[in-house]
Design a protein around this ligand. Sequence first.
Ligand SMILES: Nc1ncnc2c1ncn2[C@@H]1O[C@H](COP(=O)(O)OP(=O)(O)O)[C@@H](O)[C@H]1O
Ligand SMILES: N[C@@H](CCC(=O)OP(=O)(O)O)C(=O)O
Length: 372
Amino acid sequence: MSDVLKNARRIVVKVGSSLVTNEGRGIDAEAVGNWCRQMAALAAEGREVVMVSSGAIAEGMKRLGWRTRPKEIHELQAAAAVGQMGLAQIYETQLRAYGMGSAQVLLTHADLADRERYLNARSTLLALLRLNVVPVINENDTVVTDEIKFGDNDTLGALVANLIEADALVILTDQRGLYSADPRKNPDAKFIDVAEAGTPELEQMAGGVGSAIGSGGMITKILAAKRAARSGASTVIAWGRETDVLLRLAAGEAIGTALTASTAKMAARKQWMADHLKMRGAVVVDDGAVSKLRDDGKSLLPIGMVEVIGEFVRGDVIAVRNGAGVEIARGLANYSAAEARLIARKPSSEFERLLGFTLEHEMIHRDNLILS
Ligand SMILES: Nc1ncnc2c1ncn2[C@@H]1O[C@H](COP(=O)(O)OP(=O)(O)O)[C@@H](O)[C@H]1O
Ligand SMILES: N[C@@H](CCC(=O)OP(=O)(O)O)C(=O)O
């Protein structure tokens, strides 16, 4: 059995609608309180926790007095907007009771597909974690239409794990984990305690949605584990009502189904940088910056940049070259080429005066930089 959470420092926890709303009967304050208590305890151990919570539509339906799930997308969106107030309220109250700050973050697929918004979402989430605040994330149901919806929060959980390079994704649901077939239909289904994420056979085991409330069933959880593994995060699927489930997982106990990532986190990120993005430009840096990057593993600061080549926007991949024109690294630009020209050779204390704002102190953060 693999103890996925034991050494995980940054963890994304996803909870499904049927758990959060007690199968649609209304927000389960006790269950939410339990997860919040555990998240606070994990934060006290120095871990960083992000919550992805479903339940807005189910709670909205309850508040609007609707018994059956509407077919009309705008009605679903309206229900989500109503229910999200309830979710925000309960997480705020419960996290505060355990001494943690909370923040609401609503995301759409388009936000993460756009490189600039991707970087903005990433920076905001990391800033919240530094402030000891638990971001509580849901899909921004009000503005998305059918085609661009994440469609299920399992996928959103995996994308968030990719976004912030989490070490682990925990998907809490109404089953104890993955079985060889849907246990609601096959009482003889065998429990799977560990498997490698992305193994094709897993996809055949997963049936559809079990409850009237959930939306993805097991297949979206298995695909989420596969997606999370691409950035090096392993996944655990477990029962959300298991006593102290997060704390026991973090202590190394074997609960639920572990779907392990075979690629290490850093290797996965390098692969992603190397494979998926075209370079739009370059910055030439001085010898001091070369040595900071190469020898000390530091971020690239604008003060070390002597020239900006090409046109690029925030979020594009750019090359870092030394004075002889040799590429020494590549990474995600925090500033556009035009902005970079203004702040090249300048300390961050001058960015505000030169640009009218300060996004980041670094031109390329070391997390987003790979040495060539
Ligand atoms: N192989 C399987 N193992 C476990 N559960 C399965 C499997 N195939 C389908 N399911 C169903 O998936 C459901 C969980 O998914 P879902 O209803 O979308 O929950 P959530 O709201 O937590 O996302 C379970 O209740 C179960 O009936
Ligand atoms: N954004 C939707 C999430 C729907 C969803 O993915 O639900 P689930 O399959 O229970 O995780 C809501 O809050 O109702």
